[in-house]
Ligand binder design. Sequence first.
Ligand code: NAP
Length: 320
Amino acid sequence: MPATPHNVIVIGSGPAGLTAAIYAARANLAPKVFEGFAAGGQLMNTTDVENYPGFAEGIMGPELMVQLRGQAERFGADLEQVDVTKVDFSARPFGVWVGDDEHRAETVIIATGATPRWLNLPGETRLRGFGVSSCATCDGFFFKDQEMVVVGGGDSAMEEALYLSRIASKVTVVHRRDAFRASQIMADRVLANDTIDVRWNAVVEDVVGQEKVSGVRVRDVKTDEVSEIPAAAMFVAIGHLPTSGLFAGQIELDDEGYIVADGSRTSVEGVFVAGDVQDKIYRQAITAAGSGCMAAIDAERWLEENRAETAPSGDAATAV
Ligand code: NAP
């Protein structure tokens, strides 16, 4: 059993986790951050980020994460690039394990994120960041006034297509069936939009292009006919997988695996959540960062209210 529980353990190191760490560190809570082996979250796989406020000229995704990490460290967050392997939220202080290494914490902030699902085609992997994307809001603008393809038939695909219809010269939604999974209202908006075409019963065979996307090769599943849709970009919107397996049975998850949250509060008092692991709507770096800030403030207030039961953590960090 480790000597003194941490005030806060943050699990995850995308914009949500690192923002939570910055706020918790500046509140003198000396947060312990388990970054995950693949630290940094989805922005590590992104090129230019032009919609994160404060960077007039844009910033590369990995560079933004380096800056956020440095900012958290500067205020005394203790970051470790390891995967958490087990948690126990059944009693306080909560248990967090990295292999056999046991840690205890009065509060936990979960910020483990989500990963977009991909089609796993060779061209898709090769051209990711060069016309292949999973985020229209992030990357649509780079292909202004050009033709674009959106893959999928759920609400995300509808949202991506509608967003892109204001930027693209033409959007083609490629869906593998003859009916959308999306809510009726979203589907109706797509079907009524003159800039959007739908290619029903079609699957993507591969993405065409050498240095950048020039088209998308699709196969009609009814006729087997293969054709190429000219496009400067392909947005894959076939769902996300929230990284929540570690918490199954410990806190409430919805039927898609997202952590059920009321603000940053989870079903377990003292366990907070931020970022994409609880967000299936916005999924932006800035909303993740904002929710990380909220989780840290909520954790701080929770500690304050439960101070009598709370043992002080190790060395306090730099003063605010
Ligand atoms: P989703 O509802 O799971 O839809 C995924 C879509 O991708 C489905 O149409 C599916 O086809 C297709 N798909 C899956 N795997 C595929 C593959 N390998 N190849 C081709 N197509 C594939 O995912 P989502 O749209 O991301 O939505 C997730 C959740 O978030 C839903 O509950 C949704 O309502 C919610 N959401 C809400 C909003 C909003 O309220 N504004 C916005 C976005 C998302 P099939 O239909 O054939 O299975």
